[in-house]
Ligand binder design. Structure first.
Ligand code: GTP
Ligand code: MG
Length: 198
């Protein structure tokens, strides 16, 4: 799929204020600082569409972009940026949970995981919850340029091992990406194109 047109629609604080449109949503989520905004900019080839920051927790609202007049790209706030560090629970906001569980035209969630890290508890907790909602999702491993492919693959294998008990038959789809090199960009666009067709 070619991205021809990208328009910002709105930033919504909650599900009720999300666009009332029949266009399908494709949403991006992950731990704060995992590289969501960078990946969205790489996908759309717009440098400053989504704000990139070294400070985690930059994206606080549900940000809607209209792509090719046909679908919504949704940049969701990151989870796991709890100011209270005592408890490393998957602390993501209520509005995001409500959106993920109840948004009718949400076709697929891309869950971003840092390929540089071994499996993180907050990612696993989030996935277990997301799986329970029945929302379709794909795992996107980010920042693959930061280490060797072998190391990234080792982390991905560890991650797969952790989640296999939940999906014994069929593991979720996995895409390895780098916003620096553009790796994985076409794979994500292909998933979106396929989903739109079906
Ligand atoms: P929040 O909105 O704060 O939750 O963060 P985010 O998930 O949107 O992350 P963001 O795109 O702002 O990136 C966080 C940091 O990681 C920035 O310093 C980026 O430059 C860096 N980064 C993001 N993607 C990549 C990548 O593919 N490769 C490398 N090397 N760095 C990346
Ligand atoms: Mg962001």
């Amino acid at each position: 799929m070619k991205i021809i047109k990208v328009e910002f629609d709105r930033s919504s604080p909650d599900l009720a204020s999300c666009p009332q449109s029949l266009r399908p949503d494709f949403a991006f989520i992950g731990r704060s600082n995992v590289g969501k905004s960078s990946l969205i900019n790489a996908l759309t080839r717009k440098k400053d569409l989504a704000k990139v920051s070294d400070l985690p927790g930059k994206t606080k609202l549900l940000n809607f972009f209209v792509i090719n007049n046909a679908w919504h790209l949704v940049d969701l706030p990151g989870y796991g940026f709890a100011k209270v560090t005592k408890d490393q629970r998957a602390d993501f906001n209520e509005s995001v949970a409500d959106y993920l569980d109840n948004r009718e035209n949400l076709l697929c969630v891309f869950v971003l995981i840092d390929s540089n890290l071994p499996p993180q508890r907050i990612d696993l907790q989030f996935l277990e919850w997301l799986g329970s909602t029945g929302t379709p999702f794909v795992l996107v491993f980010t920042k693959a340029d930061k280490q060797s492919a072998v190391k990234a693959q080792a982390n991905i294998e560890l991650f797969k091992k952790e989640i296999t008990p939940w999906w014994p038959d069929e593991l979720p789809g996995i895409i390895v990406t780098s916003s620096k090199t553009g790796d994985g960009r076409n794979d994500i666009l292909a998933v979106i194109a396929e989903t739109l067709k079906s």
